[in-house]
Design a protein around this ligand. Structure first.
Ligand code: ZN
Length: 114
């Protein structure tokens, strides 16, 4: 195999090619609880390329989905808070969570009070 397989985009485990060479081939995650795979390709080289490309795309999709989910939850929390009359404690929770997300995203704590 000329190209190295990237780790599984879902669980980070190593992956293995089945088939290979000029035969029908596919890549499967080595983690039995995950078993992520990509579609059957005509050659081993194509299978590696698809797996490694999928890796980058899925990582970006996963990252985007996490951000959308976080924004949705924050939005729902704010809606509920506005409707019910948000207590100070709940507001603090929202602000701490938003700051945590920002810190993770930016790799830096934006708490300017300290
Ligand atoms: Zn996996």
């Amino acid at each position: 195999m000329s190209k190295e397989l990237k780790p599984c985009p879902f669980c980070g485990s190593t992956a293995t090619m089945r088939g290979g060479g000029d035969r029908a081939s596919w890549i499967i995650c080595d983690n039995k609880k995950c078993s992520a795979t990509q579609g059957l390709e005509f050659t081993g080289e194509n299978a590696v390329q698809m797996w490694n490309t999928r890796h980058a795309e899925d990582a970006l999709k996963y990252d985007l989905a996490q951000k959308k989910a976080a924004l949705l939850i924050i939005s729902q929390w704010c809606d509920r808070g506005l409707k019910d009359g948000m207590r100070k404690h709940d507001m603090n929770e929202v602000f701490l969570w938003i700051r945590k997300l920002a810190k993770e995203e930016m790799g830096k704590d934006y708490d300017t009070d300290r």
